[in-house]
Design a protein around this ligand. Structure first.
Ligand SMILES: Cc1cc2nc3c(=O)[nH]c(=O)nc-3n(C[C@H](O)[C@H](O)[C@H](O)COP(=O)(O)O)c2cc1C
Length: 191
């Protein structure tokens, strides 16, 4: 495989993962830097991938700490490892925040299954949980309220660090993308 094939196959894996809950890259680590310059990391579900624009889509609750963190500093690293293909993908770039009511957010909400929409009901993520909401039946969930908290993060990759574990012969390559997503450089590096 040459470098352009490797780049294409990495993005094909990401596109597969966005559609397949069993895929190795379905859950990715979204890493940011908070306002006190502390590193922050959390798992997120890969909801969409577009190889030509080098775009990934994630969903989150706009009341979560990460939303404010990313608003202040949109630079992120997205890290994934597929045990099946023994491949690490480390992408760097920026996220765009699409809050409730924006066009893209509406469409993403409409595509969500009802059980996923329900994850946006309940109290603000990270706040102390009220005792009664753990032990008693939850309040009837209000979907309109949930929708008003739903946010979409669009990540645009500027670099990809590709690392293939191959026993005695690990391989590593770097790829760069321009603003439109076109490949701007690629090279092999020592693993
Ligand atoms: C496998 C897995 C998938 C997750 N997917 C998401 C997700 O898609 N969006 C999200 O906001 N949080 C997701 N979470 C929860 C986050 O990892 C995190 O705990 C939460 O969003 C609070 O993060 P924050 O305090 O940095 O805002 C997931 C957790 C796990 C374990």
């Amino acid at each position: 495989m040459d470098l352009t094939d490797i780049d294409a196959s990495a993005w094909a894996e990401l596109e597969t993962a966005a559609a397949d809950p069993q895929s190795g890259f379905r859950y990715l680590n979204l890493c940011s830097v908070d306002v006190e310059t502390r590193p922050q990391a959390r798992m997120v579900v890969l909801r969409g991938a577009d190889r030509s624009a080098r775009r990934l889509e994630f969903h989150t609750d706009t009341r979560s700490p990460k939303w404010q963190e990313l608003f202040a500093n949109p630079r992120v690293t997205v890290l994934g490892f597929s045990a099946e293909s023994r491949l690490q993908l480390r992408l760097q770039g920026e996220v765009e925040l699409h809050g409730p009511g924006s066009g893209g957010t509406e469409a993403a909400w409409d595509r969500l299954p009802a059980r996923t929409r329900m994850t946006y009901t309940g109290g603000p993520p990270g706040d102390e949980r009220a005792f009664e909401t753990i032990d008693t039946a939850a309040e009837p969930a209000d979907e309109a309220e949930a929708k008003a908290r739903f946010g979409v993060l669009i990540f645009r990759a500027r670099t990809l660090d590709w690392f293939q574990l191959w026993q005695q012969d690990n391989r590593r390559a770097l790829f760069g993308y321009d603003e439109a997503g076109a490949l701007s450089f690629c090279r092999w590096v020592n693993p």
